[in-house]
Ligand binder design. Structure first.
Ligand code: NAG
Ligand code: NAG
Length: 291
């Protein structure tokens, strides 16, 4: 029990220290409601499919990096593209590279599933300078490279209006996208009104969801800590008293030794009754207790 209470306190420390600024969640739970450290974000207005193109001149051709994503749901199939020119159907973020050459048909040269909802991890980071929320989708690997494909989407707080997302760059594994709008602004958590907040939006919130559990856990932790200290004080002072008064030594130092000798028998008695009876309460009461 003591070990458990210490672990509870450790978890509390972890929760305070780590999850405050950052939360991890599995993508399947992610429905565009985010809670990080009691700060709530509503990203639903950023949902729906977006296509961002970035054009690079590579004479005699032109490369178009085309980023297609939907934060809140899986992407739909594109009927006019063949199967191998698009990501599979459970993908949320898909990057394709298209090569264009005059008088020739476009050639899709790479299809990169940046985030497939079956395997992705979503990570949130809140920043105050400037006010923003960063969402990172960590997906799988692509074409034998060891680094995970990641969508790094930063939403800067702009209470007035939602801008269009901007494709900042792709370095071979990390897609950077920036966005400005109200979803980047947090709103404080509504006061707790009796577990009435069990909406799906609560799920992604490691940060916001944990503290209530943790405070209960830490209460129990402190309870056992106080009992432990009380016991240590009792045995310490008792032993000192016996030593200084009667010059006791060894097992004789234990205060109320006769009583403590009985305790194991009492406990085993209680437990044997508990196990033997289908009604534990009655059994416990009828258990033999030494006075
Ligand atoms: C982006 O590029 C793709 C591939 O060339 C093209 O089909 C699509 O129309 C472009 N979208 C925009 C918004 O420019
Ligand atoms: C994500 O993008 C933001 C803004 O574009 C940038 O400041 C930040 O360093 C990027 N994060 C990572 C992990 O590269």
């Amino acid at each position: 029990m003591i070990i458990r209470s210490l672990r509870t306190n450790l978890n509390l420390l972890l929760a305070l220290g780590f999850f405050n600024s950052c939360g991890l969640v599995h993508a399947l739970d992610f429905d565009c409601h985010v809670t990080v450290n009691d700060l709530k974000f509503d990203l639903t207005s950023m949902g729906g499919e977006h296509i961002l193109n970035r054009t690079r001149s590579t004479p005699p051709t032109t490369m178009i990096d085309s980023l297609r994503f939907d934060l809140c749901a899986d992407l739909k199939r594109m009927d006019y593209l063949s199967e191998h020119d698009q990501c599979s159907s459970n993908t949320r973020v898909c990057l394709t590279k298209v090569n264009q050459k005059d008088k020739e048909t476009d050639r899709v040269t790479a299809v990169i599933p940046v985030a497939e909802s079956s395997s992705v991890e979503v990570e949130f980071t809140v920043s105050n300078e400037p006010k923003s929320l960063t969402i990172q989708f960590h997906g799988g690997t692509y074409a034998g490279t060891s680094t995970k494909q990641t969508l790094n989407l930063t939403v800067f707080c702009d209470p007035d209006k939602l801008s269009d997302p901007q494709f900042i760059g792709y370095d071979g594994s990390r897609v950077d996208v920036e966005w400005h709008g109200p979803p980047g602004c947090s709103f404080a958590e509504a006061p707790k009104d009796g577990g009435n907040e069990g909406k799906e939006g609560e799920k992604p919130s490691e940060g916001g969801g944990k503290p209530p559990d943790e405070s209960v856990g830490s209460g129990i932790g402190w309870f056992f800590l106080v009992i432990l200290i009380a016991l240590l004080t009792y045995f310490g002072l008792g032993a000192y008293y016996k030593y200084s008064t009667y010059g006791a030594s060894g097992l004789d130092l234990i205060p109320h030794r006769d009583f403590w000798k009985e305790v194991p028998y009492m406990l085993s008695d209680v437990f044997s009754h508990l196990c033997a009876s289908s009604r534990p309460r009655r059994a416990a009461r009828s258990g033999y207790i030494s006075v």
